[in-house]
Design a binder for this molecule. Structure first.
Ligand code: PSU
Ligand code: MN
Length: 299
């Protein structure tokens, strides 16, 4: 069962702008404490500053929330259980104590309760060496399936970005640059990979979303480069990523363990710089998502 928080329910009923947020990024799996709590508050405020209502998704005591109430934030921040879309019914039927939602779970919840815009840091994607591991994030199919506009700083840089773009094309998910012609690489603004379509503002993004909805089609990925002042050095970040991926292999980590481990290892290798970058891009995405939600609600 999904419980919609009071404020979010009122906003949806009044057709006011709402932005869904995932919670893995705010859990122990996404960012180290206390940066996780800081990120949560920055993202919630950013959505509000844009004029929309934030709807944090997560599971607490067997209940899925769209709009977790403030008194339960600690439970989300402390969760170490990752819930992708396929895990939601397991977590409710078996009454998990807590669970952090990934992008796939979050957009599934968003559609179910009538939220059309979603913000995250970076989506999951096709992992490097996926030809061996077959590791492709469920996020990509979920974006195709649920008619939600997802705002992200591209896909995480340790993924295979060209294959991620190919997969999104196969799944019919439009990838739209926010004032850019390039697919951003999460910690850096550029990847060298061209994307064919861009929008200049929230109004254009909203129109695109509404037109897709009118065609009965699925979600759209709006990719927003990390703000310049927070961008990391691409050479350094590449080195940190190489090192972290080697560690993942050595330890034989697979499946959902991979992403949290790489995020933590990159943090160590960059002396915490990656965390500051992650915070900045997540907050920025939440703000842009808020603007898009406002434009959609205005139609
Ligand atoms: N973006 C971040 N931090 C994160 C994630 C994304 O800045 O922790 C999470 C998201 O919840 C995303 C998940 O859905 O990682 C992808 O995991 P996987 O690669 O196992 O599908
Ligand atoms: Mn995976």
């Amino acid at each position: 069962m999904i419980v919609v928080g009071d404020e979010v329910r009122t906003a949806i009923a009044a057709q006011e702008p709402v932005v869904a947020l995932e919670s893995t990024i705010f859990s122990t799996l996404g960012l180290p404490s206390p940066a996780n709590a800081e990120a949560l508050h920055l993202c919630l405020s950013a959505v509000r500053n844009a004029g929309a209502t934030p709807a944090l998704t997560a599971l607490v005591d067997g209940v899925i929330w769209a709009g977790v109430p403030e008194e339960l934030y600690e439970r989300v921040l402390g969760s170490s259980v990752k819930l992708a879309a396929r895990d939601l019914a397991i977590a409710t039927s078996q009454k998990f104590s807590s669970g952090a939602t990934t992008v796939s779970a979050s957009v599934a919840i968003a559609e179910q309760v009538g939220i059309e815009v979603f913000a995250t840091g970076g989506i999951g994607g096709v992992h490097r060496e996926s030809e061996i591991t077959a590791d492709v994030s469920a996020d990509l199919n979920a974006l195709a399936q649920h008619p939600v506009m997802a705002v992200s700083a591209g896909a995480k840089a340790f993924l295979d970005l060209p294959r991620t773009l190919e997969y999104l094309e196969t799944q019919s998910v439009p990838v739209i640059g926010w004032q850019t012609n390039e697919f951003p690489a999460f910690y850096t603004r550029t990847s060298g990979l061209q994307i064919s379509h861009r929008v200049e503002d929230a109004r254009e993004a909203a129109q695109l979303h509404l037109d897709r909805r009118g065609l009965g089609q699925g979600g759209t990925l709006l990719v927003v480069p990390i703000p310049s002042e927070a961008e990391l050095d691409s050479f350094e970040i590449d080195r940190a990523i190489e090192k972290s991926l080697a560690e993942v292999q050595e330890r034989g980590l697979v499946g959902p363990q991979v992403t949290p481990h790489v995020l933590a290892a990159v943090e160590k290798a960059t002396g915490g710089e990656s965390v500051a970058a992650n915070l900045a891009l997540a907050e920025h995405n939440a703000y842009i998502a808020g603007q898009v939600a406002v434009e959609i609600a205005a139609r």
